[in-house]
Write a protein that binds this ligand. Sequence first.
Ligand SMILES: [Zn+2]
Length: 290
Amino acid sequence: MPELPEVEHVKRGIKPFATGQKIESVIFSEKVKEGKASQRETIIKGMALDTFQKFTEQYVIKEIERRSKYIVFHLEKGEEERILISHLGMAGGFFVVDKIEDISVPNYRKHWHVIFKLDNDKLLVYSDIRRFGEIRNVPDFEAYPSFLEIAPEPFEEEAKGHYIAWFDKKTYQNKPIKQMILDHRVISGCGNIYACEALFRAGIHPARLSKSLNNQERDILFYYVRDVLESGIKYGGTSISDYRHADGSTGTMQQHLNVYKQKVCKVCGNDIETQVIATRNSHYCPTCQK
Ligand SMILES: [Zn+2]
């Protein structure tokens, strides 16, 4: 599943080619049309396809940003503004190409679902092998309230204080710390891989109750969440599952993982164990993490 570092690379891959371009038309795949016709809302959420076209076509892409694990396109047509909010689901990605055949990974070439034709003659393509991703077209962020609940970006100044304040709320006091840091209202963009790795680097067992962490452990954990996300961005993310960058290349972060889907601890040599916490597999070293 694309996490923050992977989504950051998708954004970097498309931003230089799509920013400032007018969207001339939007084309949907047969799967998207069939999904809409049978109320499944395939990829395009909360809006009929012709309405989506009406609020996207002839708009200029003013800005593309990443927020948590979402890619956000700010659109403008004269005085009118719209926002496209896209979550890549399990295996989605955006590409900018001259023609569909130029998408280098066969699966992404085959499973394109939305094409935005740009006025520089390029195609901004949303491909999704498993179709769990989504694109919403909203007038402002208030129209998609769950988006407003997301914590500050982890590299922003206020992110740490925001996270620390959650220890005083009842929500997670008697729940595993792993579950707490996976909530994007607590820390933005820390998915399962990076949560497992941050807990390892911090030496904290994922099943520990949040309230059992002392102040130093709370601080250290946040430090390592930032640290692993930075490493993830630096190494281009992971290429676990089907994920590919916009240019078809893969990340190498998996070579720097200590516990996620690993067999043996690189520090102490003991076996890595797996435990399901809040429906997600947690991988940890029982010796190094207390
Ligand atoms: Zn170990």
